[in-house]
Design a protein around this ligand. Structure first.
Ligand code: UDP
Length: 286
């Protein structure tokens, strides 16, 4: 099913002149969320600039499941819309952007680009990082591996809050305190979607960290708790399939959302953005 939708999107991108002659480097709004058209190195330059600026910033990677969830979750939609940098993580976002006439220069994912390259930047520039989230012991294990892989990297701390972190005030306070005490330059938050995006947005000012970014399952990959898709699988855009084959029970629903995403993007492309905006507004007052 996925393939049929992807194939028809590829076909429409090839034949539609408006899409074929798209502007490179232009940002694009897909399902109400602006995706920044940046390369991985530009994203890391932005991380560097945000740290130098010192004010709190948030970075989020966008994939189909996240954008579909955001259509019915006003808080998640707002978290995405107010991010300082939103990169295209999933291949579906690339096809979605194409349908709106924009050719994204590349996909910038959390696990392959943002986390490892930010750690390299941090090691070079003497910035400190903090790992928040993932299961018990995972962040510590990931920290040890990252310090080994990036000589000079300063991991200022790790903290694994419980699964109630969004609902439980005390857990949130405890996590915020741990981060504030460590006072890192870059905070990686691995709480899954939509928790990590909401948690970052709700606590951004209190945390006072120059760069907060949601990294999903990346700490699990680094720690070796979850099998990481090989780089070439990422490059060809099939990380979602690799992960689905390894964790079918947990991820099948998320991949169905990939198909829903394609349908919503096609509808918004054909019927206009105003209709999409109105639908999102209706969902937000429900
Ligand atoms: N997680 C967590 N607390 C929560 C929910 C999730 O620490 O309340 C962790 C989970 O252990 C995993 C990560 O968040 O390490 C997110 O994994 P997921 O596969 O959902 O992320 P994604 O697919 O979005 O990258």
């Amino acid at each position: 099913m996925h393939y049929v939708v992807l194939y028809s999107l590829c076909l429409s991108c090839t034949v539609c002149p408006a899409i074929r002659d798209s502007h490179v480097k232009e940002s694009v709004t897909v399902l109400g969320v602006t995706i920044h058209n940046v390369t991985a190195s530009e994203a890391i330059e932005a991380v560097d600039a945000f740290v130098s600026e010192g004010k709190p910033h948030k970075i989020i990677v966008a994939n189909a499941a996240k954008l579909v969830k955001a259509q019915k979750d006003p808080e998640l939609l707002d978290a995405l819309r107010t991010s300082d940098l939103v990169t295209a993580d999933g291949i579906s976002i690339v096809f979605g952007a194409r349908l709106f006439g924009v050719k994204l220069v590349e996909r910038v994912t959390g696990s392959e680009h943002l986390l490892p390259l930010s750690c390299r930047l941090a090691a070079e520039k003497g910035y400190s990082v903090f790992l928040l989230g993932a299961g018990p012991g995972v962040a510590d294990k990931a920290a040890a591996i990252l310090e080994r892989e990036c000589p000079g990297l300063n991991v200022a701390g790790t903290h694994s809050p419980g699964y109630n972190v969004l609902r439980d005030e005390r857990e949130t306070e405890c996590a915020v305190d741990a981060v504030r005490k460590a006072s890192p330059d870059i905070l990686f938050v691995a709480l899954g979607t939509p928790k990590q995006e909401k948690w970052i947005s709700r606590n951004l000012e209190k945390l006072g960290v120059p760069v907060c970014m949601g990294v999903g399952a990346t700490l699990d990959f680094v720690a070796g708790v979850t099998r990481r898709p090989p780089a070439w699988v990422h490059d060809v855009g099939f990380a979602w399939l690799y992960r689905l084959l390894h964790e079918p029970a947990r991820l099948w629903r998320r991949n169905l959302e990939g198909v829903v995403f394609m349908g919503l993007v096609l509808r918004e492309r054909l019927l206009g953005r105003e209709r999409g905006d109105r639908a999102r507004q209706r969902a937000s007052v429900k």
